[in-house]
Design a protein around this ligand. Structure first.
Ligand SMILES: NC(=O)c1ccc[n+]([C@@H]2O[C@H](COP(=O)([O-])OP(=O)(O)OC[C@H]3O[C@@H](n4cnc5c(N)ncnc54)[C@H](O)[C@@H]3O)[C@@H](O)[C@H]2O)c1
Length: 345
């Protein structure tokens, strides 16, 4: 018989530990994103998917039936029965729900953006810091995209000159609760914050309203010292869905496709004509293209697995409340700049 492994899991208020084998998980909000969280948790080792809560009772019950878990009418009864939750409600509800979970000593994974306002994000960051034994993770999923993970390895040791992030989507099917900067650009800002610790020395940003009365297309240019340019385009106006990062470095030009999970590294060759002595054929070699192997892993699975592992092993998550706060602060600055330039037009 194999020995049972017991994990330190949910802290008691007196600072002691409660031990259990699996993290009991609940999902709050069973819309588009919440249903993905349910699917992933229902198949995850060390996660015991216990139940869901949604203010839309019909939807919540349907999803609970599908995964054979309990439906809880109100958040407090769900919290009573779990060690950790995923919060997948619209952004305006994040602050109140995260605070309620922290008050009840429940670990939290909250979808991006962290909150609607910076004041809320700051208050949650401070609350998370005062509850050191609780895991608070923010859903900046692209950090777990295997293409980004491999891209980071490719970039190690290179001199980066410029980076260009493109995140384009059709309007139909887009989330219109918030503008495109808060909805889409924040993903790439999360990566920029992860890649470059320093603050940019200047930021310019522009935008357009096309189908809504808020920003539907945004463009930002960041300048870093010494001489690194980062540009970001986020749009919900394009008919094609694009998630790409292009990097110009001294050593190579790199194209990463986060959607189709591939990376090409274009390297310069000598560019000389190659002369075959016997046949007399002469040709000139184009740039060399390396295709990088990207593991076929689902980013959401990797993200939620990290959350569960951090709860079990009492570790700091890869995207903390402070990271969620920083990404939001950055994005709100860009949004203000865009709104300023739009007013001037
Ligand atoms: N990480 C990503 O790539 C990604 C992608 C899409 C959305 N999101 C984020 O996920 C969150 C949800 O987005 P969505 O597209 O799934 O929204 P959605 O509208 O499809 O679903 C939200 C659900 O939450 C429920 N709800 C609202 N208030 C509630 C409350 N107080 N308690 C319980 N349930 C409540 C609604 O009834 C609805 O079913 C947003 O913050 C969004 O920014 C992240």
């Amino acid at each position: 018989m194999t020995a049972k492994r017991w994990f330190p899991n949910r802290p008691f208020c007196d600072g002691g530990w409660q031990y259990m084998e699996q993290v009991r998980i609940g999902v709050i909000g069973t819309g588009r994103m919440g249903q993905n969280h349910c699917r992933v948790f229902s198949n995850m080792r060390h996660a015991k998917f216990v139940g869901v809560c949604d203010v839309n009772g019909d939807l919540g019950k349907e999803i609970a039936r599908k995964y054979e878990v309990s439906y809880f009418r109100d958040v407090d009864s769900l919290i009573e029965n779990v060690d950790a939750v995923s919060i997948c409600t619209p952004t305006p509800q994040h602050y109140e729900l995260v605070m309620r979970c922290l008050d009840r000593n429940v670990h939290v994974m909250v979808e991006k953006p962290f909150t609607e306002t910076l004041e809320q994000a700051r208050a949650l960051k401070e609350a998370a810091e005062s509850k050191r034994k609780l895991v608070v993770q923010v859903g900046h999923i692209e950090k777990f995209n295997p293409t980004f993970i491999e891209l980071r390895k490719v970039l190690e040791g290179m001199t980066i000159l410029a980076m260009n992030f493109n995140r384009l989507s059709p309007f139909q099917g887009s989330n219109v609760d918030v503008d495109v900067v808060l909805d889409l650009m924040i993903h790439d800002i999360g990566l920029v914050v992860d890649l470059f610790e320093a603050e940019p020395i200047s930021m310019d940003a522009y935008g357009l309203s096309v189908f809504s009365d808020t920003i539907d297309h945004g463009l930002a240019v960041l300048r870093y010292d010494p001489g690194l340019l980062v540009s970001l385009t986020a749009s919900r106006v394009t008919e094609q869905k694009v998630r790409g990062i292009n990097v110009t470095s001294k050593e190579a030009y790199i194209e990463a496709d986060l959607l189709n999970k591939n990376i090409s590294v274009h390297r310069r060759t000598l560019g000389d004509y190659v002369n075959h002595k016997n046949s007399g054929v002469k040709y000139r070699q184009e740039s060399l293209i390396e295709r990088i192997v990207v593991p076929a892993m689902e980013p959401l699975f990797l993200e939620l697995q990290d959350f569960v592992n951090c709860v079990i092993e009492n570790k700091t998550p890869q995207v903390t409340a402070a990271d969620g706060y920083n990404a939001l602060r950055f994005v709100l600055l860009l949004r203000d700049k865009i709104l300023e330039t739009m007013k001037v037009q």
